[in-house]
Design a protein around this ligand. Structure first.
Ligand SMILES: Nc1ncnc2c1ncn2[C@@H]1O[C@H](COP(=O)(O)OP(=O)(O)O)[C@@H](O)[C@H]1O
Ligand SMILES: [Mg+2]
Length: 591
């Protein structure tokens, strides 16, 4: 921590005197607060009693920082500002100042709270913008400023020439949340952060649910998208897929939504059958590696021939049962290694009696019409989903690039790329596919992280509209899929070099569990009291005086809170050079 950049008690910046002290608030005489306009001092605007303004109060060898939360006139002077009533302008306004932190003048050490209270008669000064800058930026990296990699994020709302620069460690090191109601400026802030981080050799994956970040450009930015999007392609983006083999059984259940009692067991059995068949072919193709399984594989393949399904009704049970026992370990692997195109038919084949009568006991029984009846709508759902173009990015990967192996890994290894923008604009909203898709990407990233692939390439995942993808469960009781991969990243990603920057207008929907893992918050305007409360609780050190300003922030203004930022300061985020373009309904054009 460096020492104060400027002497805080400059007589020219004095604005008043302490007249009452109680707990963390002091009352101050602010004789100039009723003067119209503000003064200028050495090129900096000098306020003298504006609500929200930062002030410094003398307190022995310390400077106590506070924020003016209210200004008023004594009751008897209430009418004297009414010039129409013949009032005199010499009034004696009083300000309420909420004290937030003190700074030891000699060492520059900042202590939250107020260890030494100011005394009556202590003078109160308007805080110089450079002091606020120092407080806002005060981080472990301040000393190395010359060489440190910093992000020029914002200015001060009342001092547009005072740039606020923050260290990426302070902002992203323990995950970052950008919160605020719609229109508060979250997406612009993400774009600004990405532009700034992109000036360095950063690695950022931006998951863009609406496609509004197509505007980001530069040689270090690569755009990719899912499902065909010709406009994106014209701008140089290319299509990527997430082959369904990466999905887990739980993902498939959330997609196909089987009824828990009648359909789920058949879906599970069908997946197991097809996995057994897949591994039988794998084993027989590589007998040296799987010598002990070869016999079982050969017996099953003799029964199946070239087919893609395991025949069940009235077929001999032994080949399948032996093979599925022999490959149990392979089958238990979470990946969905099987031929998905055969799934709908396999579900129907599972609808048979467990065994035949008399001499046919070694065979499965005949078709179970009842089960078949129950499963018929599942069968058609699976058929429709697997063949639909909306789900092509999972089920018909063709020769398109696999987002993980063909795109993300090369991106991490490529020194000249720093930002990867994934547009989900064309991804359907049906059958939870967006949630499953994003959750699955999170899961893969965590696997990368656990394999230590990100230690020397720390990756920051930016997720806009995060409430859509985090903190809920999909599907029915018994086969519920919890969308928890980002929560896991929040909990354990740091140590692998994997961190998050989430933006959301509904903090209450993403849950306290994940919010409390965040090391930094950029809070734009938030009006819903529940959301504000969640934020206050999660960011324990957001002092109440700062919280009071959250509903009144203008677009693009945000309060920066974090373990590395001693005082929550209101910032004016610098607009990105190419802002995201979300196209709402264009009434003017079309009406
Ligand atoms: N830093 C900023 N400076 C100036 N205006 C901004 C800034 N951030 C946002 N705005 C204004 O607010 C609007 C909404 O911003 P946006 O980032 O899309 O909000 P959100 O993502 O929170 O819904 C923008 O179109 C822009 O006019
Ligand atoms: Mg937005």
């Amino acid at each position: 921590m460096s020492t104060l950049p400027i002497y805080p008690f400059d007589a020219d910046r004095a604005i008043g005197t302490v007249i009452e002290i109680a707990g963390n608030t002091v009352k101050v005489n602010l004789p100039q607060a009723a003067a119209p306009g503000s003064r200028w001092h050495h090129g900096h605007q000098l306020e003298a009693g504006r609500v929200g303004e930062f002030v410094v109060v003398e307190s022995g060898h310390a400077a106590v920082f506070g924020r003016i939360t209210a200004v008023r006139l004594p009751e008897r002077e209430r009418l004297s500002v009414e010039e129409d009533l013949g009032g005199r302008p010499d009034v004696h306004p009083i300000g309420i100042v909420s004290l937030v932190a003190s700074v030891d003048l000699a060492s520059g050490k900042i202590e939250p709270g107020v260890p030494h209270h100011p005394r009556l008669g202590a003078r109160c000064f308007s805080a110089h913008p450079l002091l606020i800058k120092w407080l806002a930026e005060s981080t472990r990296f301040a000393d190395t400023e010359g060489g440190a990699k910093l992000l020029t994020l914002a200015t001060l709302p009342f001092s547009s020439e005072t740039l606020i620069r923050v260290a990426p460690e302070s902002l992203f090191g323990r995950h970052c949340a950008v919160l605020g109601t719609t229109g508060g400026g979250k997406s612009w802030t993400l774009a600004r952060l990405i532009e700034e981080a992109g000036r360095h050799k950063s690695k950022i994956l931006l998951i863009d649910p609406t496609g509004e970040f197509h505007t980001l450009n530069g040689p270090h930015i690569q755009h990719i998208h899912v499902n065909s999007d010709s406009a994106a392609e014209q701008r140089g983006s290319f299509e990527v897929v997430l082959p369904y083999k990466r999905l887990l059984e739980g993902d498939l259940f959330a997609l196909f939504q089987p009824a828990p009692q009648s359909q789920a067991p058949k879906l599970r059995a069908a997946i197991k059958s097809l996995k057994t068949l897949h591994y039988a072919r794998l084993v027989s193709g590589n007998p040296a590696k799987y010598a002990s399984h070869e016999q079982a594989a050969r017996a099953l393949l003799t029964q199946v021939g070239e087919g893609r399904n395991i025949p069940k009704p009235e077929s001999t049970r032994a080949p399948y049962e032996n093979a599925s026992r022999a490959f149990a370990e392979l089958i238990d692997k979470p990946a969905s290694e099987f031929e998905i195109a055969a799934l709908a038919e396999q579900i129907q084949l599972e609808c048979c009696w467990p065994s035949g009568q008399g001499a046919s006991q070694n065979r499965y029984g005949g078709v179970h019409q009842g089960d078949l009846g129950y499963c018929i709508n599942l069968v058609s759902r699976v058929e429709q989903i697997v063949s639909s173009s909306e789900f092509a990015c999972l089920f018909r990967p063709g020769d398109k690039k696999d987002i993980l192996m063909d795109v993300l890994l090369p991106f991490l290894a490529n020194d000249s790329l720093s930002v990867l923008v994934l547009s989900l604009k064309e991804l359907s909203f049906s059958n939870n596919i967006r949630e499953i898709f994003v959750n699955s990407i999170g899961r893969q990233l965590l696997l990368f992280g656990r394999k230590n692939k990100l230690v020397s390439q720390p990756l920051i995942v930016f997720l806009d509209e995060a409430h859509q993808f985090i903190g809920k469960s999909l599907g029915e009781e018994g086969s519920k899929l919890k969308l928890d991969s980002f929560e896991l990243i929040a909990k354990e990603g740091r140590k692998f070099g994997l961190t998050l920057c989430l933006a959301t207008q509904r903090p209450r929907d993403i849950g306290q569990g994940i919010l409390s893992q965040m090391g930094a918050y950029l809070v734009h305007r938030l009006t819903n009291p529940e959301d504000r409360e969640i934020v206050e609780r999660a960011a324990g050190d957001l002092d109440r005086s700062a919280a009071a300003f959250v509903p009144t922030l203008a677009a693009g203004q945000a309060i920066l809170i974090g373990t590395d930022f001693p005082i929550p300061v209101t910032l004016q985020i610098i607009p990105p050079s190419t802002p995201p373009k979300s196209s709402g309904p264009r009434y003017q054009e079309f009406w």
